[in-house]
Design a protein around this ligand. Structure first.
Ligand SMILES: C[S@@+](CC[C@H](N)C(=O)[O-])C[C@H]1O[C@@H](n2cnc3c(N)ncnc32)[C@H](O)[C@@H]1O
Ligand code: SF4
Length: 384
């Protein structure tokens, strides 16, 4: 068996269909094409069968993301869920307007035990800016529908730095989100790609917002930690274990990425990291379907391959690991660390190193609270 085979304990499945393309979104999505849901899922399941040797005997997490997975035609979605390996955490991304009692029942029967719901904001005028289909009532209704179907692990996504947003809007979004008592919250800084229609339309306002980001971020962390959430990753919060009957409510799928574990991704645009190899599937649904259809396990879909050398892997591990609230074992990552930069960060009270080299992977590096607020800038200083 090669080092790649059987190594991935995390599986990502991409369902790309969306009702409408939100102006700010840069994910691999397909609008309309309702007639292609079934054939896309045929191709997806063929790819999963082809690649299943990359999965470990025990899979820890599955994440079905999009796009809007919950827009997928119900029979096709049911077939996807039935084909997934058993896993401790099975998450599906849902858009609020798609959540009905029937959908919630389908997800539960399909073994889904965690839902990530894209709320983005509760301010109607900011939802308009983002070109969202769902309104604030849809978000609230979706959460209640999921609770009625016994989902006890719900995450809400919010975006901040939206053109036209004021600090009071953010405070209101946080209060509205907290009122729904989600187990987990992701708070994303709005990223607007240069050259897109969205950036063109909101240029000056995006500049004003980017200057306010640091203040927003501190407000978010103070509010959510004050409400009993653990700030376990730069943009992610979960109910702390004492508020959650000792459950560890971190997003274990994403933790796999942040901790540098192998993962398999299937579907258009999906990325896999298997040992020293990174694969990126092409974004064209047409080419994906034609490569995989009409064969029991099909041909390999169009994809780009990249070999990851040990320095690249060590740098990624450092960059992602420092996003977490747990100390990062530096053993084996020495080549990725700029000793002078690290000393400066320690002297400036932004980073701490503890422990000695040893079998436990030590010494251990962590950022202080101030260091975590400055985040990427501090990591850049530490990186070789
Ligand atoms: C892959 S998207 C799909 C989720 C789902 N279709 C939805 O729109 O709610 C997952 C999350 O990424 C975040 N996101 C998408 N585009 C973003 C952007 N340009 N900047 C910041 N966050 C973004 C949103 O919070 C979204 O809920
Ligand atoms: S619904 Fe989600 S995935 Fe689809 S375009 Fe909007 S943000 Fe992107």
């Amino acid at each position: 068996m090669s080092s790649v085979e059987g190594s991935a304990r995390h599986l990502y499945v991409h369902l790309p269909f969306c009702m409408h393309r939100c102006g700010y979104c840069d994910f691999v999505t397909v609008v309309g094409r309702a007639d292609q849901h079934g054939v896309y899922v045929d191709a997806l399941l063929a790819e999963l069968a082809r690649e299943s040797a990359s999965l470990a005997d025990v899979v820890d997490t599955v994440f079905v993301g999009g796009g809007t997975p919950t827009l997928t035609e119900p029979d096709a979605l049911r077939r996807v869920l039935a084909a997934l390996p058993p896993a401790t955490e099975v998450t599906v991304e849902a858009n609020p307007e798609t959540v009905t009692p029937e959908l919630a029942a389908l997800l539960r029967e399909g073994g889904v035990n965690r839902i990530s719901l894209g709320a983005q904001t509760f301010a109607p005028r900011l939802l308009d800016v983002l070109e969202r289909v769902a309104g604030p009532d849809d978000v609230r209704r979706a959460v209640h529908t999921l609770r009625d179907a016994s989902f006890d692990n719900i995450s809400l996504d919010l975006i901040y730095g939206i053109p036209g947003q004021e600090p009071s809007d953010l405070d209101n979004d946080l209060a509205e989100a907290l009122a729904l008592a989600p187990e987990h919250l992701s708070l994303y800084e709005l990223e607007a790609k240069p050259g897109t229609r969205f950036t063109h339309a909101w240029g000056d306002e995006l500049t004003r917002q980017s200057e306010a980001m640091e203040g927003y971020f501190e407000r978010i962390v103070e509010t959510l930690t004050g409400a009993g959430y653990r700030w376990y990753e730069t943009a992610n919060f979960c109910l702390s274990s004492d508020r959650a009957a000792d459950r560890d409510l971190r997003a274990h799928h994403n933790l796999g990425y942040w901790q540098g574990r192998d993962y398999l991704g299937v579907g258009i645009g999906a990325v896999s990291t298997l040992g020293e190899e990174r694969r990126r599937n092409g974004a064209s649904i047409g080419r994906y379907i034609s490569a995989l259809r009409d064969h029991e396990v099909g041909e390999e879909p169009p994809r780009k391959l990249e070999q990851l050398d040990s320095l690249t892997k060590a740098k990624e591990r450092l960059m992602l690991g420092l996003r977490l609230d747990e100390a990062l074992p530096l053993g084996g990552l020495e080549q990725a660390v700029d000793g002078g930069g690290l000393e400066r960060m320690i002297a400036g009270g932004l980073a701490v190193v503890q422990g000695e080299p040893g079998a436990d992977g030590g010494p251990f590096l962590s950022l202080t609270k101030r260091g975590r607020f400055l985040g990427g800038g501090v990591t850049a200083e530490i990186l070789a």
